[in-house]
Design a binder for this molecule. Structure first.
Ligand code: ZN
Length: 321
């Protein structure tokens, strides 16, 4: 029987010794802009007792939505927190850390991803931060957790064929999660209603991950099918980026892909927004519903970020840009 401290120690050790089986640029997630949008929109799912605090810090929560990806370039241990290779583990992989350790060795866990297990530690940390009414930690952990939960919604974050490298589809990772939103975000409906308390949060997280994994086949299949029907010169186009001519998936190919996938990227992004709001709300409830108004700075006025956001949301009905 493992003690809690032994398990925690082993977890930290595994996290620290990981030496980079998957480099950061190979598995960047969602693209920076979608991550920011997900955290930003998640704020508007929150109940009145939470939303004022979160809205006051909306720019921080949005900007820091990508901090976890940035860390991956500097901290090797960060990588495996962003994905889980269910094709390696199998969908019946043990849900709990101690059972996982009994079945898989540390190296393979580090190579094939830690996403759900890392979120378990994030949940405890966020609950603790709420209990302490530690605004700095609440914000930092909320932003990071929003990132990892969003990654769990990306099909290609649940497979070792994460960039189509085993199926001759290199580039599909960024195509699905960055190029599609880049071109089509204006058509996305990202209003998802109110956050819900998740009594069995961890079971729900696994459902999200399994659903993402089930979508891997269609992500790959439809790209391949479309590629078979479109000449190469129509699949790609060239754009000037950072003073360099860069080959990108063409607008036509991108919108065809989005259509045949029945707006899958948008659907997963909407689900991510809801799940992030649900996570923040559930942690707050489980911490005893602390008064968050009392930790907004006294000099907070309605004329800072907050006013800008109100203008943006309510007058123009947009949150991105
Ligand atoms: Zn990520």
């Amino acid at each position: 029987m493992y003690s809690l401290f032994n398990l925690l120690g082993l977890y930290l050790w595994l996290t620290l010794v990981w030496c980079g089986a998957r480099s950061a640029d190979q598995v960047d997630s969602w693209g920076f802009q979608p991550h920011k949008l997900i955290n930003r929109h998640a704020i508007f799912t929150l109940p009145p007792a939470m939303i004022t605090f979160y809205k006051y810090h909306i720019n921080y929560l949005s900007e820091q939505a990508v901090a976890a990806d940035r860390r991956r370039y500097a901290v090797a241990a960060e990588g495996p927190r962003h994905y889980i290779d269910l094709d390696y583990y199998g969908v019946d992989v043990p849900r709990y850390w101690e059972q996982l350790l009994a079945e898989f060795n540390g190296d393979s866990i580090q190579e094939h991803g830690l996403l759900p297990w890392h979120l378990v530690t994030m949940k405890s940390s966020l609950i603790q931060a709420f209990r302490e009414k530690n605004a700095r930690n609440i914000l930092r952990i909320s932003a990071d957790a929003g990132h990892y939960i969003s990654d769990a919604h990306v099909p290609l974050h649940t497979t070792s064929n994460y960039n189509g490298q085993f199926t001759g589809q290199q580039g599909i990772h960024g195509f699905w999660e960055t190029r599609v939103p880049e071109l089509l975000i204006g058509e996305f409906d990202l209003w998802v209603g109110k956050a819900s308390y998740r009594r069995d949060w961890y079971r729900d997280l696994w459902e999200i991950i399994i659903e993402s994994h089930r979508a891997v086949d269609s992500v790959l299949h439809f790209e391949r099918a479309l590629t078979g029907n479109v000449p190469e010169h129509l699949k790609y186009s060239y754009e000037l980026r950072l003073n360099r001519i860069t080959r990108v998936y063409s607008a036509q190919f991108t919108s065809s892909y989005h259509k045949v996938l029945n707006r899958q990227t948008e659907r997963r992004m909407r689900a991510a927004i809801k799940a992030v709001g649900d996570f923040w709300y559930t942690c707050w409830v489980e911490s005893g519903q602390p008064d968050l108004l009392s930790i907004i700075p006294d000099n907070a006025s309605y004329t800072t970020d907050y006013q800008n956001v109100e203008d943006s949301v309510w007058r123009h009905h947009v949150l991105f840009r």
